[in-house]
Ligand binder design. Structure first.
Ligand code: MOS
Length: 713
């Protein structure tokens, strides 16, 4: 067996890092996910989706389903009680899909009924008996042929201009190209699931897959007009999410509604097919980049335009073009961003939302420019490195991007790259090297943490954050262990419960920075309390002090957020991805031979899980580059590959040795622990690095993802 470097390849002050604190629970099946709770009297819901793409329901026949064995209810817009929170909106205003609201159909697969039965199988069978007739109207689902319908929702999207507009056009050395990314679906392994149980008329408990128990609490409270504290949300384990569980979706509202109607706890688990139309996706996006430089490689102009798709009922925007505004020092930059409303469900953030899409275009265009200039692509980037933030003019809180370029170039063996495309073969395969960079805002918001030292020396930490997989618990235990000076196995971190002190939603790469700081601050406050009790600054024998004071515990709860000095700085995390690929000249098969990712994400708090996160991001970017594409048959407006057999994601055999390296220098501004975010930058830039490596290997520039073999032969 090939030996896989575990921790020695991580530059983290030689600390190997904790293994996942919840790893044993996860691999032994003891970790409970939302669908796995046994709740007394549970009944089961299955959604029925629209089979047309646009129009209205003419007639719904639910009789057969209602008389099927075990069926308790079939909810539709005809019989569902009105959801109080829906009624305050004007019927024409755009916003989240209102389930069972009226007869209107906006996209194929839109839920039109919820069948509830006393077993899942009976509900599934009865759902097949629901039939509907429709008034069908012509639909639009194809972005590419409807680009002329683009509109801007916000002023800043319409036009960003720095210096001269479209300066690239008058330059002598320039690249002007169009790039397309298809719709990509998050497809976490765990299906979205909710169990909803009303405990009183205005009080409910939900076990729900969510990235934010507090935001789910607020959403359900708002929809049903009950006090937020009457909504208990439990979500201690989440089997991947990537953005799909950032918001409360119609299926969750439907389950809560059905539980109310039946006065029974209802479980609703989306099917894999439902996952393609119910919980968002990275939207199909067209982009055009014009980029120019002087002969010695100084950028003189970038124009970046993008048009993405959204639904007809809601405008979903993301920062696709932002990366071009701030990645490089360039005097003339302008961007435009538009949406086209299509008969599809609303997109949602997906790992690296906006930037992953934008980086594909910008970083491929930079590579194309490097060939036009005959300058090494790393040198071109370093020549145009921004020393202060080009967007705001502010200094960076920290930026070690150049270290990341150099570290990665060394690790991939960049000196072996032949700049001439299609010039190297090995064992009948074309060999190519490529690289691309990524960035994402480094954020810190507010969180509250309770820290309690027990008489037996156990430290309990509590906050409402969820962990969708990056290893939040492990990182938080690491911070607490270092701050308190006690071993990790004496620390318990409780999370994923809305009754705990508030934490933000896990998203936007902000949790280690935000909650890690709050854990740090709570531990510092707890230590101070011990010092006050003991009357000494050396109060590290916590159990002894508790015993002397005749206390069974000592606890503090502290809120923690960033200071105003953060506003004086531009704060970003940076990544660079390096790829060595092999392309088979006859079949067009692309194999990744070696992948290196480097990052400036501030101090690395949790070495093992940080490495895993970078590797996961590379795998997700590999799917984006080579495989993933949700395909709609535009004649019907329906997805044709809404399953794991036809929608390809990378599997073990597609993934080579991936290595992650960190600059690991603290950011002195963002927080007391020096950590910036990492979740997004792990994916941002990966697809461009692969496309650039494929070009180097073959001389073929594929600008529409995924790079499937047919595009190379
Ligand atoms: Mo994410 S797209 O930060 O869940």
């Amino acid at each position: 067996m090939k030996s896989i470097p575990m921790t020695n390849d991580i530059m983290t002050n030689d600390k190997p890092g904790l293994s996942r604190v919840d790893g044993r629970l996860k691999v032994t099946g003891k970790a409970k996910y939302s669908a796995e709770y046994s709740v007394k009297g549970l009944v089961y819901g299955v959604l029925v989706g629209s089979t047309i793409t646009k129009g209205s329901i003419k007639a719904l026949d639910t009789k057969k389903a209602e008389s099927a064995p075990g069926v308790l209810s079939v909810l539709t817009y005809l019989n569902a009680p009105k959801i109080p929170g829906y009624q305050t909106d004007s019927p024409t205003s755009k916003g989240p899909l209102k389930i069972f609201y009226n007869d209107q159909i906006y996209f194929n697969g839109q839920p039109i009924a919820l069948v509830v039965a006393n077993t899942f199988e009976r509900a599934l069978f009865a759902a097949s008996l629901v039939s509907s007739t429709y008034n069908v109207e012509p639909h639009l689902t194809d972005l590419k042929s409807n680009l002329d319908k683009g509109f801007s929702t916000r002023k800043e999207d319409k036009d960003y201009v720095r210096g001269q507009e479209d300066a690239y056009k008058s330059a002598s050395i320039k690249v002007e190209q169009e790039y397309i990314i298809p719709t990509e679906v998050h497809n976490p392994m765990e299906l979205h699931a909710i169990i909803a149980r009303w405990d009183a008329d205005d009080k409910i408990t939900v076990w729900d897959k969510t990235q934010g128990v507090k935001s789910t609490q607020r959403s359900i409270a708002q929809a049903f007009k009950i006090p937020p504290e009457n909504v208990q949300v439990t979500s201690p384990f989440v089997g991947g999410a990537f953005g799909a569980a950032l918001r409360t979706w119609p299926h969750e509202i439907a389950a809560v509604l059905a539980a109310k109607v039946l006065n029974k706890p209802v479980k609703l688990v989306l099917s894999r097919a439902d996952m393609f139309t119910s919980v968002g996706y990275r939207p199909y996006t067209w982009q055009k980049v014009g980029i120019a430089a002087t002969a010695d490689g100084k950028l003189t102009g970038i124009t970046h335009e993008a048009t993405g798709q959204s639904s007809v009922y809601e405008d979903f925007t993301e920062g696709v073009v932002n990366i071009s505004q701030l990645m490089y020092a360039c005097p003339n930059v302008n961007t435009r961003y538009k949406l086209v409303s299509l008969n599809v469900n609303t997109p949602t953030p997906m790992r690296g939302p906006g930037e992953a899409t934008g980086a594909f275009a910008l970083e491929c265009a930079m590579d194309e420019l490097s060939y036009a200039l005959n300058i090494d692509p790393i040198d071109l980037r370093i020549k145009n490195h921004a020393d202060t933030d080009p967007l705001s003019g502010k200094p960076y809180s920290s930026k070690y991007l150049i270290d990341a370029y150099k570290m990665g170039a060394d690790k991939i063996g960049w000196q072996d790259r032949n700049a001439k495309p299609a010039s190297v073969t090995k064992d009948g395969w074309l060999v190519g090297y490529g690289m691309a960079a990524g960035m994402f805002g480094a954020h810190r918001s507010s969180a509250t943490v309770m820290a309690r030292m027990m008489a037996d020396g156990t430290l309990i930490l509590q906050t409402a954050v969820t962990d969708i997989g990056p290893g939040t618990g492990t990182a938080m235990v690491t911070v607490a262990s270092e701050t308190m000076g006690i071993p990790a196995d004496k620390i318990r971190f409780d999370l994923g419960d809305s009754s705990l002190p508030p934490s933000p939603t896990q998203g936007g790469s902000q949790i280690t920075s935000t909650v890690g700081s709050a854990v740090h601050d709570a531990c510092v406050a707890l230590k101070e309390k011990f010092q006050a009790l003991a009357g000494t600054t050396d109060a590290s024998n916590y159990t002894q002090i508790l015993k002397q004071q005749n206390l069974d515990k000592l606890e503090v709860t502290t809120a923690s957020k960033g200071g105003t000095e953060m506003g004086k700085y531009a704060m970003y995390s940076w990544s660079v991805h390096f790829m060595k690929v092999l392309v088979h000249p006859a079949t067009g098969v692309v194999k990744i031979d070696k992948a290196i990712s480097t990052a400036d994400a501030g101090t690395i708090i949790s070495a093992k899980t940080a490495r895993s996160q970078m590797i996961g991001g590379t795998i997700m970017g590999t799917g984006m580059a080579l495989m993933e594409e949700a395909v709609i048959d535009h004649r019907y407006g329906r997805l044709i590959n809404n399953n794991f057999a036809d929608y390809h994601v990378p599997v073990q055999a597609d993934i080579p040795q991936i290595e992650a390296y960190f600059v690991n220098k603290p950011d002195p501004i963002i927080n007391p622990i020096g950590a910036k975010g990492m979740g997004e930058i792990a994916t941002i830039g990966v697809a461009a690095a692969i496309a650039n490596a494929v070009y180097n290997a073959t001389g073929k520039r594929v600008r529409d993802l995924p790079i499937t073999p047919d595009k190379l032969i």
